[in-house]
Design a protein around this ligand. Structure first.
Ligand SMILES: C[S@@+](CC[C@H](N)C(=O)[O-])C[C@H]1O[C@@H](n2cnc3c(N)ncnc32)[C@H](O)[C@@H]1O
Length: 275
C-alpha cells in the first residue's frame, strides 16, 4: 500500500497539529502530557475513549495479555488499552509521520514501557505473528481493499484462542457512484464489504464465532455532531491550525456526515475468535 496516496485523506495531513491543540490546552511543548488531556485529541475514530473501553471489555483484556493495535494512528487507543488493562500493546502504523508523532506522545504520556510503536503495513504481517492474545482495529480496514490478505494477516497475528475487535465501515445499502467517488477521493476507501461478505471472508481466513453489531444509527448522529461542532468552532480552529487545515477538515467531516446520512454507508463493530 502507498504511504503517500493515503495522505489524500485530510485527517492525515499535518498530524503535528496535535501539538498546537496540546499547547492550547495548556501543555508545554516536550513536557509530560496527562492522558485525560491527550485523549481529547488523539482518537481518530468515533466515540473516543468509550469505543476503546468497549473493545477492552468485549475481549476481556487483562494485564497478562499482549495486544496488537493495527492502524494505531496517533496511538490514542493503544495508550488507553495499556493504561486501562495494564497490558503490553504493540501499535502498528503505516504512515511514518503519524508513527513518529505517536511514539513521541506515548513517551510524553509516560507509557513507553507498555506501548511499543512499530511502523509498517499489516499486509506485510504483524511484528510478532502468533504472539498476540488480542487484536484491535478502529477504522483501519476501510483503507485496505485486499481483504482476504488482511484477514489472513490478522488471523496469523493471534495465538490460538485469541480474539479480534474491529470497528469499521460496511456497505449497508447500495452505494451510488457519487458516494463511491467521495469514499475514494476523501476517505481513501476504495471498496467495502457487505455484512454477508465480511462474515464469509472472516470464516475463510479461519476466524470462528464472528459476532457483528450494526452501529450505523449511533455513528450517523456522531459524525453529524462532529461536523456541526467543527464548523461552529470555525474562528478558534482556524486561528489554531490555519485556514487551509480548517477548510480541509471541514470538507472531510461534512463529507462523512453526508455519506452516513445517505443510509448506504454502514458502521459495525465485530468480535471474531481464532480457534
Ligand atoms: C482512521 S485512522 C484510525 C487510527 C486509530 N485506529 C484510532 O482509532 O485513533 C486509520 C489508521 O490506519 C492506518 N493504516 C491504514 N492502512 C494501514 C495498513 N495497511 N497497515 C497499518 N496501518 C494502516 C492509517 O495510516 C491511519 O493512521
Amino acid at each position: 500500500m502507498s504511504e503517500q496516496a493515503i495522505k489524500s485523506m485530510k485527517l492525515y495531513s499535518r498530524v503535528e497539529r496535535v501539538y498546537a491543540q496540546l499547547r492550547d490546552a495548556g501543555i508545554a511543548d516536550d513536557g509530560p502530557i496527562p492522558l485525560d488531556v491527550l485523549c481529547r485529541f488523539d482518537q481518530y475514530h468515533y466515540d473516543g475513549v468509550a469505543a476503546v473501553e468497549e473493545g477492552i471489555a468485549r475481549l476481556a483484556l487483562a494485564s497478562h495479555h499482549r495486544a496488537l493495535d493495527v492502524g494505531s494512528g496517533l496511538g490514542g487507543p493503544a495508550r488507553i488499552i495499556a493504561s486501562r488493562a495494564g497490558c503490553e500493546v504493540t501499535a502498528l502504523e503505516l504512515q511514518p509521520d503519524v508513527h513518529e508523532v505517536a511514539a513521541r506522545l506515548t513517551a510524553r504520556a509516560g507509557l513507553a514501557d507498555l506501548v511499543r510503536h512499530r511502523q509498517g503495513d499489516i499486509l506485510e504481517g504483524a511484528p510478532a505473528p502468533g504472539g498476540f492474545d488480542a487484536l484491535f482495529a478502529w477504522l483501519v480496514f476501510l483503507h485496505i481493499p485486499e481483504r482476504a490478505r488482511l484477514y489472513r494477516r490478522c488471523h496469523e497475528a493471534l495465538r490460538p484462542g485469541g480474539a479480534m475487535y474491529v470497528e469499521d465501515y460496511f456497505e449497508r445499502g447500495t452505494l451510488t457512484d457519487a458516494e463511491r467517488g467521495t469514499l475514494a477521493d476523501k476517505v481513501y476507501c476504495r471498496d467495502l464489504p457487505r455484512l454477508d461478505e465480511l462474515r464469509r471472508d472472516l470464516a475463510g481466513a479461519g476466524f470462528a464465532e464472528v459476532e457483528i453489531e450494526d452501529v450505523t444509527a449511533f455513528w450517523t448522529e456522531h459524525v453529524a455532531e462532529r461536523a456541526r461542532s467543527w464548523r461552529a468552532g470555525r474562528e478558534r480552529e482556524a486561528a489554531l491550525h490555519g485556514e487551509e487545515v480548517f477548510a480541509g477538515l471541514d470538507d472531510f467531516y461534512s463529507s462523512i456526515a453526508g455519506l452516513f446520512r445517505g443510509g448506504n454507508l454502514g458502521g459495525m463493530r465485530l468480535v471474531a475468535r481464532k480457534r
